[in-house]
Every structure is written in C-alpha cells, then in structure tokens.
Design a protein around this ligand. Sequence first.
Ligand code: GRF
Length: 199
Amino acid sequence: MGKARVAIFIGPKGRGSNMLALADSLAQPDFPGELAVVISPKSDSPAALAVIERGVPLAVVDPKTAEDYGLALMEVLREHRADFLCLAGYLRLLPKPVLDAFPNRILNIHPALLPKFGGKGMYGNHVHEAVLAAGESESGCTVHFVTEHYDEGPPILQKRCPVQPDDTPETLALRVLRLEHIAFSEALRKVLEEAGFGA
Ligand code: GRF
C-alpha cells in the first residue's frame, strides 16, 4: 500500500519537540509513513518556525479566527492528502468533522500513564505536579487514539520511568519527554503497519 501520509497538529505555545522527533522518523526511508503537513494555530511560534526552517509544509489554521474551524482543517487535510493525524502538543478537542473523517486514525501523546493524570486541564507541568503530589513511584507517557473526550481513547503504547525522591515537575518532565520522543514514533509505526502501510 506504500507510505501513509501523516499530518501533525501542534499548539500555539509548544516547543514542537515531539513534532520534530516524528518528522525525523517520517523522513526515514524505512518508515511506513511520510510527513504531509504540519498544522499550527500560529505562524510565529518556535515550533512553527522550526517547520518552516525544515522546508516542511506548514498550514496555519487559527481556531480563534477561522470562520468554520472544522471545515478549514478538512480543507487542509484534503489538500495534503492526509491519511493519519498526530497531535503533538495540540491542546484542544478536534472538531467533529475531523474526528468523523479519521476514525482510529488520530493519535495523541500524553506525558503520564493514562488513565491516571489525564483530562481537561491536565497538560504541561500540571501533569507532573499532580504525579509528584500523588506520591507516585513511576510515571511515563501514553500514546493513544483520540476521541471526542480529553485523553480517553484506547491506549496504543506506554513507556515508564521512575519518579525520583528529589524530582521537581521540571526534572520529571524532562525524563518523560525523552521517552515521548521514542514512544510517539514507535506507536505510529505500529499503527501504520497494522493498517497495512509500508515503506
Ligand atoms: C508534550 O509533553 C506532550 O506529551 C503534550 O504536550 C507536550 C508538547 O511538547 N501533549 P512539545 O511541544 O512536543 O515539545
């Protein structure tokens, strides 16, 4: 069936480190997918600028100004012939037309071991603060399919790391982020291969 075309969604403030890790994997000849487009709400965030610097197509769709956000996203996804979507630091719920058009084809990464520490408002350091406050001995990341609810779709894979007694939200976030960069590509490869795509 050949390579799947993958669109990556980023948020307004993200560093884009997961997006860049995915972009690296999608550029490998033996990966079962290729990068179709990065969709960002802003053209001047550090992540968006990194996309432009790489020469990867960047589509700017701002939910705050788009007349019909769902329709605008669908137009971009059709134009770039996207088969799968990856959410890398995208903090919103996707509009229904997009969810309906890509059943079991949208992946998200979350910086904790879901179903714990997920849901609305659980992003960035809030997640790691909650993990530390709960006295957990381990944390990690989860790649999961996306539904109409925050962080609730079926998990695809998890990676774990210890929580150290002297961790701050920042040190824990960094340990988890290193896992995220490996986990997202691994999960995407698995899903694409299971769907019949290949290099
Ligand atoms: C990551 O921690 C990811 O798990 C979460 O948002 C963060 C994005 O970081 N969904 P980055 O922009 O990819 O560096």
